[in-house]
Design a protein around this ligand. Structure first.
Ligand code: XIL
Length: 376
């Protein structure tokens, strides 16, 4: 019989080695001032952008740089439909910091500047993510070096975008895919070198670099009905509770909302989850909305009907407690989606994961979504 490795839904994020505070606050202050001056010089102002939409919940999309750069229709659609436009990949560790001391900010800048120039907001994704760790980080052997690399990375990137982004996904997908068999946290280079304390370390560095940024723990499979999803929700709440108990700022939990046709959204669990977060003073965000559909008939109408039902269930569950902080789709148009690359329909029919079709025509479910968000 297989033995489970750990009490799966509990994790002590300060476990093992002691949690040391970063000592780089003084250095940061000087750089922060320079960063603020650079933002002003660029005409972007030093203040955090706010949503123009009154009480409505902001709606946005993440966009990959190449598509954004090359497709004017796409840029127009982003402006037509979005309050928030954010870099999909360009602020991930490996993209922005591919080698020690080498920083690649231009693609993210292009998207963030486009958003702000057009009166939209933006947000950052993601400092810690197992899927975008550069080779040089994987090669780090010691705990001390890993800590220095993580803190330097977060401080530098977060400080550079200070005042220009609403906030950041500080840690992304740190919860184990299946906590029942794997333990609470995902096995990553950061967990291996630093232990669970890489989570508070990351939040603390982010908060020191930009005290006004909304700092978010972001993860997937937090929406559905079933034991695995219950465990994942429990772990997310546990991490938030421990951060707050240690006076480390965390402002939101992002539910990615990659919605699978064939799974059931657990509306009651979402209500309870949202309520538990709210009682800790923490918001809920929908951060990567799209629909993965291997099951419904391939025609557009069937696919869109299945997507619409899932999105409605999600909204019902999320709004049952209160409005979320924002809703972001992971892309905007079926013309460009990671789903088609990574999880295409087995029957080979074109998928329809996003709010606009390939011709930039809104799906019926975008209207439902916008209507719900405008009611706030
Ligand atoms: C995906 C992007 O959409 C792809 O373009 C990229 O090649 C890989 O990453 N969860 C996340 C996102 O948090 O960062 C992932 O984005 C999709 C799953």
């Amino acid at each position: 019989m297989r033995q489970s490795r750990a009490p799966s839904s509990s994790v002590d994020i300060f476990a093992g080695r002691g949690f040391r505070r970063s000592t780089s606050a003084a250095r940061l202050t000087r750089r922060s001032l320079l960063g603020g001056a650079a933002a002003l010089a660029a005409g972007l102002g030093g203040t955090r952008p706010t949503s123009a939409a009154g009480d409505a919940v902001p709606f946005g999309a993440a966009v990959a740089y190449g598509n954004f750069r090359d497709d004017a229709d796409y840029r127009n659609a982003l402006l037509e439909h979005c309050d928030l436009i954010m870099p999909m990949n360009e602020l991930k560790f490996a993209q922005v910091h591919p080698e020690p001391g080498r920083w690649n900010f231009e693609p993210a800048d292009a998207i963030v500047d486009f958003a702000l120039r057009n009166g939209r907001t933006s947000r950052g994704h993601a400092h810690v993510w197992w899927g975008a760790t550069p080779d040089w980080v994987e090669a780090i052997g010691s705990e001390k070096e890993a800590e220095a690399a993580l803190v330097e990375h977060i401080e530098t990137v977060q400080d550079r975008y200070r005042g220009r982004l609403l906030g950041w996904d500080v840690v992304n997908e740190v919860i184990a895919n299946d906590p029942e068999t794997e333990g609470a946290l995902r096995d990553t280079v950061w967990l291996d070198r630093l232990g669970p304390r890489h989570i508070p370390l990351a939040f603390q560095a982010a908060s020191q670099a930009d005290p006004d940024a909304r700092l978010v723990l972001n993860d997937y499979d937090l929406e559905f009905a079933g034991r695995r999803y219950d465990l994942r929700r429990e772990i997310a709440l546990g991490i938030v509770r421990q951060l707050l108990d240690a006076n480390i700022p965390v402002h939101g939990v992002g539910i990615q909302a990659h919605l699978y046709v064939g799974r059931t959204i657990d509306r009651d669990a979402l209500l309870a989850f949202h309520k538990a977060l709210d009682e800790m003073g923490v918001s809920l965000l929908v951060t990567e909305l799209d629909v993965i559909n291997w099951e419904s008939a391939p025609d557009a109408q069937s696919q869109d009907r299945a997507a619409g039902a899932l999105v409605s269930d999600l909204l019902e569950g999320v709004f049952a407690w209160k409005a979320p902080e924002l809703v972001v789709a992971w892309g905007l148009t079926d013309r460009y989606s990671w789903i088609e690359d990574v999880q295409p329909r087995p029957d080979g029919a074109p998928g329809r994961p996003l709010p606009l079709d390939r011709d930039m025509k809104p799906k019926p479910w975008l209207r439902t979504l916008k209507h719900r968000l405008s009611a706030g």
